[in-house]
Design a protein around this ligand. Structure first.
Ligand code: NDP
Length: 482
């Protein structure tokens, strides 16, 4: 990939000794989509300095003018969606339809936060003093580091970077290493829309190489991260020790509870979507399907039938419903869990293996008869694998659903409104969906998990302002009349 000729995109510039890596198509790993020169710590530090230098002018830019840039960027992302979606599908493995949908969603997120720049940014208070005008305003933090994963390589960056910029911060963005083209498209749209130099700085580099420099830099005020629990917790420790504000969006092991009165056709379709779309590589994916015993076999057979019928293959082929896993290491991880399921004598209702194509494909898989304590049932797999668990009652189903250190999303399938309301209170999850798949979020509503799934304030919607700003309270006394 050529160095982007963008003043505010720091990485991409090549220096002596920089590591050069291939950007691989996971459907056909011999195909190199691009060649990328990775940044080291020196470029990462330069990016932070650029963001720090740009902060004062961006903070002082009227919020609606900041919003204008975001709106123009949204239009550019929409205009370029075909090219962006294609590159996204080629380097990440998502189907073209999913990649296009995600790209347009990123544009919609930019547009939404453009609108947020016209919303009130403070409050006034009645003072106990007749002379005092007492008000509080939300001000930007300064330099924010955004570290993002590969699984939603344009939507997740959009829902971090758009509010950060809209509310007056400058950003250093380190995307996942395996999605450099999508990341460059997104940064380029913002720069082409008129974002001043230094407001967004893209660092294409390995987390293990540039992470410490970014997270602990003394000119960085906050870190927003989405990815694995292990990396997230390590970043939290480092950043908190260095006095930064931290927001983490981590993993999930999301349940779908199917009660005996549910519409089983709807439940099966939604469970399959939640478990298998994007090859199960969503933090909100359905991975535990907890079913009331009388309908367990029928529901299992329906989900398995869908798993068997959904075409797995080339993401660019319109007929494909499930693409490959995103990387060789993802394939290795998911394969290990499938071997574990075999050793634990799981009943395989569908799938259970790889496709013999050379790509990183795993069949949509439905497992049954595993104990709730099995690692396959309790650990995040991040692949197209759903495990069925039997419950004797609503109470047992909720207990099983809550039997996890995670708490991101949960789905319930029932026709009973009372049970739906009860479940929405009983379940420990940040997002609850009734008669809908556990995945699929709307950007105007808050998104955050409970327990080990998240830390810090939620993302998206109006509440994004909570993380990306800080309050300043002003007591303003008018001078007394002479
Ligand atoms: P990671 O947590 O390893 O990566 C997420 C981001 O963190 C990437 O940009 C990565 O960069 C970066 N990173 C890695 N190490 C460091 C570090 N030491 N300092 C700073 N940044 C770092 O997740 P993976 O992509 O490897 O996925 C592994 C697992 O994470 C999945 O199987 C899944 O369980 C979970 N996951 C959860 C997601 C969610 O939405 N909640 C999203 C993606 C993954 P680099 O790519 O260069 O390593």
């Amino acid at each position: 990939m050529n160095a982007p000729a963008l003043a505010s995109v720091v990485s991409g510039r090549r220096r002596e000794g920089d590591e050069v890596v291939a950007d691989i198509n996971p459907a056909t790993p011999d195909e190199h989509v691009a060649t990328v020169s990775l940044a080291g710590p020196a470029i990462a530090a330069e990016a932070v300095e650029a963001a720090a230098t740009a902060f004062a002018a961006w903070r002082d830019t009227p919020a609606p003018a900041r919003g204008d840039v975001l709106r123009r960027a949204a239009d550019l992302v929409d205009e370029r969606a075909d090219a962006i979606g294609r590159d996204l599908a080629r380097e990440e493995g998502k189907t073209l339809a999913e990649a296009l949908g995600e790209t347009h969603r990123a544009a919609a997120i930019l547009r939404y936060y453009s609108g947020q720049t016209l919303e009130p940014d403070g409050e006034t208070y009645p003072s106990h003093s007749a002379l005092t005008f007492l008000y509080a305003r939300r001000e930007p933090l300064g330099v924010v580091v955004a570290i993002t994963p590969w699984n939603f390589p344009i939507a997740i960056p959009a829902w971090k970077i758009a509010p950060a910029i809209a509310f007056g911060n400058t950003v250093v963005w380190k995307p996942a290493e395996i999605v450099p083209l999508t990341s460059t498209h997104f940064a380029t749209a913002l720069v082409d829309a008129g974002l001043p130099d230094g407001v967004l700085n893209l660092v294409l580099g390995r987390g293990s190489v540039v992470g410490d420099t970014l997270v602990a830099h003394d000119r960085v005020e906050a870190v927003t991260f989405t990815g694995s629990n292990a990396v997230g917790r390590a970043i939290q420790l480092k950043a908190t020790e260095a006095g930064k504000k931290v927001q983490l969006e981590l993993g999930g092991k999301n349940p779908a509870v199917v009660l005996a009165d549910a519409d089983l056709e709807l439940a099966a379709e939604q469970v399959a979507r939640g478990a298998f779309l994007s090859a199960g590589q969503k933090c909100t994916a359905t991975s535990r399907v907890i079913v009331e015993q009388p309908v367990l076999e029928e529901l299992g057979e329906r989900v398995a039938a869908l798993a068997r019928s959904w075409p797995v293959g080339d993401p660019l082929d319109e007929a494909t419903k499930v693409g490959p896993l995103s990387s060789e290491s993802q394939l290795a991880t998911v394969s290990r869990y499938l071997e574990l399921a075999e050793r634990e004598a799981a009943r395989v209702l569908a799938g259970g293996g790889r496709l013999d194509t050379g790509g990183y494909f795993v069949e949509p898989t439905v497992l049954a008869d595993l104990p709730a304590t099995s690692r396959v049932v309790s650990e995040e797999i991040f692949g197209p694998v759903a495990a069925l668990l039997s419950a004797g009652s609503y109470e047992e189903a909720v207990a099983l659903a809550n039997d996890t250190p995670f708490g991101l999303t949960a789905a319930l399938f029932t026709r009973d409104l009372g049970k739906a309301l009860r479940f929405s209170r009983d379940i420990r999850a940040g997002v609850v969906k009734v008669n809908q798949e556990s995945a699929g979020l709307e950007f105007q509503a808050p998104f955050g998990g409970m327990r080990q799934s998240s830390s810090g304030s939620p993302e998206q919607g109006k509440v994004a302002r909570d993380f990306f700003t800080q309050w300043k309270t002003v007591y303003l006394d008018a001078p007394a009349d002479e």
